[in-house]
Design a protein around this ligand. Structure first.
Ligand code: ADE
Length: 244
């Protein structure tokens, strides 16, 4: 899968790209991440990419020309038969990102992630390019870069072959196979500061262990995220286990 990140601050991504799981996926040829600096498409001598808003008000607005021309140039980097990829603009005004959206995006061969800064984009960027607008939550970040990294991170771990164990992302909380929160996990020592590992996890009885985990997941979900149990079950998902 190919990601193109369009940003004014590509250096924000460099540490993240050398991080273990993503780097491994890149080294194994499963993922490609290309960074593009929007400023490279600025026309003026001083390479300005932003300007004051017409009508007044605080902050600066990203000018349409460098953004639109950067997107078009990146979209054109493909073989004739390849689709241009899904264009996603990161903004707090977008569709809320969650595991279902991650699963949907993981079906694509290519995502272009357009990161904003300042007070946002000139409206003509959206009018001309019709991007899908995506938000990572109801809060305002200083720019779309952290949001883009969130999306890359969540999508990459869903791609076949990226995680060692093919099943491990299926069992993640919120994932297609499991809309419940994850159960508690324990490792050695068996007792720490008077807190013991539940006996059931030590007896090697796998049906009992599976049942304990199922109940623990359900208990946690009820206590912390009742909304997950209230949302309608979808095809192919496991039904939430019966209460008690
Ligand atoms: N840019 C600024 N805030 C954002 C958010 N919450 N989601 C996506 N992009 C953003």
């Amino acid at each position: 899968m190919r990601f193109d990140v369009l940003t004014l601050f590509p250096e924000i991504f460099s540490g993240y790209l050398s991080q273990s799981l993503l780097k491994l996926a890149i080294d194994r040829g499963l993922v490609r991440v290309d960074l593009h600096n929007i400023r490279d498409w600025a026309r003026s001598k001083h390479r300005n990419v932003d300007d004051r808003p017409f009508g007044g008000g605080p902050g600066m607005v990203l000018k349409p020309e460098p953004v639109v021309e950067c997107v078009e140039a990146v979209q054109s980097q493909r073989d004739a038969e390849q689709p241009p990829g899904r264009l996603i603009l990161l903004t707090p005004q977008g569709r809320r990102f969650d595991q279902r959206v991650a699963e949907e995006l993981a079906q694509s061969d290519r995502l272009l992630l357009l990161c904003g800064r300042y007070e946002g984009f000139d409206q003509r960027v959206m009018d001309l390019l019709s991007p899908e607008e995506v938000s990572v939550g109801d809060f305002v970040l200083n720019g779309g870069e952290v949001a883009a990294m969130t999306i890359v991170d969540a999508v990459v771990r869903l791609l076949p072959g990226v995680l060692g164990d093919e099943n491990s992302s299926i069992e993640d909380s919120f994932s297609r196979g499991n809309r419940l929160l994850e159960h508690a996990q324990y490792t050695r020592p068996r007792e720490y500061r008077g807190l013991a590992v539940p006996d059931v996890l030590l007896n090697g009885n796998h049906p009992d262990i599976a049942e304990w985990r199922r109940q623990d997941s359900l208990r946690r979900t009820r206590d912390r995220r009742q909304d997950l149990l209230d949302s309608p079950a979808e095809e192919g998902s496991h039904e939430p286990p019966d209460a008690d």
